[in-house]
Design a protein around this ligand. Structure first.
Ligand code: FDA
Length: 394
């Protein structure tokens, strides 16, 4: 291969992390090339947050990230904080608001965030080449990237091609493959922030409830999330379930509290005394969405009137409402997962700059790394923070 262009830094991937690494390196006067196989940059930014991009979270702290090494994120998050990114958004005059739980969204459109990144990249002299299929990456004295449209060389290479989520948008395992080829270990990837599917009798209960939403606390292991959940035709989704899914492993159970902080048993017993002639589904309908109330009453309170039910039946249902133990079958997979858990093992990277300890000049940033945030802007903040620290050193 005869390289036709030399750069100081080549960044593979024009997503959130790659663009941010390129901007940071370009601002330091480095000659930066960003390569992407897609015909447009930042596709995930554009669809994120329902088109409004939840670009960071006010409460971005290390314990909101999953990784084999939970301390790895500390340095990046401290060196480039959510407040740094918010200042950049303000500098570009992009209006935003806090939706809930510290989640910051554009008032207008995610396009503004992408336009901001492209403007910053342009100002920093970053060269962006799209629709380049990456055929091979090798390293002698410098990195050589061979594409279907020519070869490129640089002493620094930043892997920023993300994870495996949403292949339809161009996600591939390229960063994982290249990292592996350079001897970096991987933590087995799996879908995260993803709807959970159920089978058998549980699916029979859930499917007709598709579209019903309610507040819940979803627990998986020691993690618990109080947010909305949603029944789907395949099982469960909604923020609480997506959050819990990142902690769920095949074979494990999920526990739902459908009446958070309420004494369900006392409420049902009181209703029985106050309204003995009321139908159980009507009483439950005062506590839960009507369709769910009807389904649960049919299953668990099979009597025409509250007075006909023994207290122990009410107590048993109450216990289930507060701690409904469910056995998900699987997840909806990468096609529906917002993120990929696992990835390049942080043990192989310096937490100060995401530099591969054993491969001089190689950096891995963003979702390709074994760092995954909660739902709510944390994943973009990781992309900005990890991209920025790599851009300071690449
Ligand atoms: P990202 O996937 O963004 O970019 C990777 C780039 O590499 C892409 O441009 C891709 O084309 C390119 N690439 C891949 N394979 C390649 C190959 N073989 N050759 C060349 N180029 C290649 N997070 C958040 O904080 N707030 C939010 O609101 C949302 N919303 C959201 C919605 C949906 C539907 C999804 C799927 C995800 C989110 N996320 C999110 C998660 C967030 O989008 C994600 O964490 C970041 O985009 C990760 O940034 P990266 O730059 O690491 O990868």
């Amino acid at each position: 291969m005869r390289p036709n262009l030399d750069f100081d830094v080549i960044v593979l991937g024009a997503g959130a992390a790659g663009l941010f690494a390129a901007i940071a390196a370009g601002q330091r006067g480095r000659r930066v090339l960003v390569l992407d196989h897609a015909e447009a940059p930042g596709k995930k930014i554009l669809i994120s947050g329902g088109g409004r991009c939840n670009f960071t979270n006010l409460h971005c702290v290390p314990d909101r990230f999953l990784s084999n090494n939970p301390h790895f994120v500390r340095s990046a998050l401290a060196r480039y904080t959510q407040h740094d990114f918010i200042a950049l958004v303000r500098k570009h005059g992009i209006a935003f608001h806090e939706k809930t739980l510290g989640q910051l969204f554009c008032d207008g459109s995610a396009r503004q965030i992408l336009a901001m990144l492209l403007a910053e990249a342009g100002a920093a002299g970053v060269e962006l080449r799209l629709s380049h299929r990456i055929a091979e990456v090798t390293r002698a004295e410098r990195f050589r990237v061979r594409t279907d449209r020519g070869g490129f060389e640089s002493p620094s290479l930043v892997l920023a091609t993300g994870g495996l989520s949403i292949p339809k948008l161009g996600a591939t395992g390229l960063a994982h493959d290249i990292a592996r080829r350079f001897g970096l270990p991987l933590v087995a990837p799996r879908p995260g922030l993803v709807p959970l599917t159920f089978g058998g009798g549980m699916l029979e209960l859930m499917r007709p409830l598709s579209g019903v939403a309610l507040e819940t606390v979803a627990r998986c292991g020691r993690a618990g999330f109080r947010e909305a959940m949603l029944f789907t035709h395949r099982g469960l989704s909604g923020p609480a379930i997506l959050q819990a899914s990142s902690y769920w492993r095949e074979g494990e159970s999920l526990t739902l509290d459908l009446l958070p902080e309420q004494d369900a048993a006392a409420l049902l017993r009181a209703a029985k005394r106050a309204r003995p002639r009321a139908e159980p589904r009507t009483v439950l309908g005062g506590l839960l969405p009507q369709r769910l109330a009807e389904a649960l009453a049919t299953r668990h309170l099979p009597a025409p009137r509250m007075a006909d039910l023994p207290d122990r039946a009410l107590d048993a249902l109450a216990a289930q409402l507060r701690a409904w133990r469910l056995q998900p079958e699987e997840t909806e997979g990468y096609a529906k997962a917002e993120v990929t858990l696992g990835g390049v093992d942080t043990a192989a990277l310096s937490s100060r700059d995401c530099h591969a300890r054993e491969v001089p000049g190689l950096f891995v940033v963003g979702e390709a790394v074994d760092v995954t945030g909660w739902l709510g802007g944390y994943n973009f903040q990781w992309a900005w923070s990890s991209g920025w620290i790599a851009g300071q050193a690449a």
